[in-house]
Write a protein that binds this ligand. Structure first.
Ligand code: ZN
Length: 250
């Protein structure tokens, strides 16, 4: 079974369209949450996501936009974007986002794999570094957990010899991929990267493809229509910083 993993789209329609167009063939899409927040196309992203997949996990920005979470913990820019998103969402898209499950989510006929937004033990937990990952991996029995939330593409594992995998790329100008082969008996926390707001210094959109037959995760980065996504943010009168950070990948 081949799973296309999309996470942290953040209302960036141009990036989502580019990923869907560039992805190798897949059987299912699993969306790891934060479909909305920050970007200028919340309704379009919700509608395209709904139309292209059936497995979803909610993210903290989805919760914030639909009133399921206090905005207190958000920085002022994220809070503003959440309030703007709330005003934009159609009643139908609002209701659908409110109905999304907290993880873990499972895919039919796919054993040993779970899907969450933050971490398997807490939907809002950030797994940023090796220290965080070691603690989470101690608590997890499921061999493979796909996570989002940090917008950092790569993998942590319980294999002390290879605890971290960073995808290797050669440029920031074209579509590239980088493969990780999973070992039996090792537990993994794998982040496909952010479709709509990467934060690792590479502006390109990120996604991953997991093949359960070959046990290979292919990480991808690809250019998208950055200018158009930025224009939507500016034209919506959202904070300018939300547009400039897309170009910096930070
Ligand atoms: Zn996010």
């Amino acid at each position: 079974m081949r799973i296309l993993l999309l996470s942290d789209i953040h209302s960036n329609l141009e990036a989502l369209e580019a990923c869907l167009a560039a992805s190798p063939p897949y059987d299912h899409i699993v969306n790891l949450g934060d479909m909305v927040g920050y970007g200028g196309s919340p309704n379009e992203v919700v509608e395209l996501s709904r139309a292209s997949g059936k497995y979803f996990v909610r993210g903290n920005h989805d919760k914030a936009a639909v009133g399921l979470m206090e905005l207190r913990d958000f920085n002022p820019i994220a809070g503003l974007a959440a309030l703007w998103t709330r005003e934009q969402l159609t009643p139908e898209n609002m209701a659908w986002l409110q109905s999304l499950p907290a993880g873990p989510v499972y895919v039919e006929n796919l054993d040993g794999v779970q899907f969450v937004h933050g971490s398997p033990r807490d939907e809002d937990e950030y797994v940023v570094n090796e220290e965080d990952a070691v603690m989470v991996l101690e608590d997890v029995d499921t061999p493979v957990s796909f996570i989002g939330h940090t917008h950092l593409q790569g993998s942590f594992s319980s294999d002390a010899a290879h605890p971290i995998f960073h995808p290797q790329y050669n440029s920031i100008a074209k579509h590239e991929s980088s493969d990780l082969k999973l070992d039996t008996g090792t537990r993994y926390l794998i982040n496909p990267g952010s479709v709509g707001q990467p934060r690792d210094g590479d502006w390109r959109s990120g996604f991953a493809l997991y093949d359960s037959d070959t046990q290979v995760v292919s990480f991808h980065r690809l250019p998208y229509d950055l200018r158009k996504a930025q224009d939507r943010i500016i034209n919506a009168n959202l904070p300018q910083r939300l547009a400039t950070r897309l170009a910096a990948g930070k």
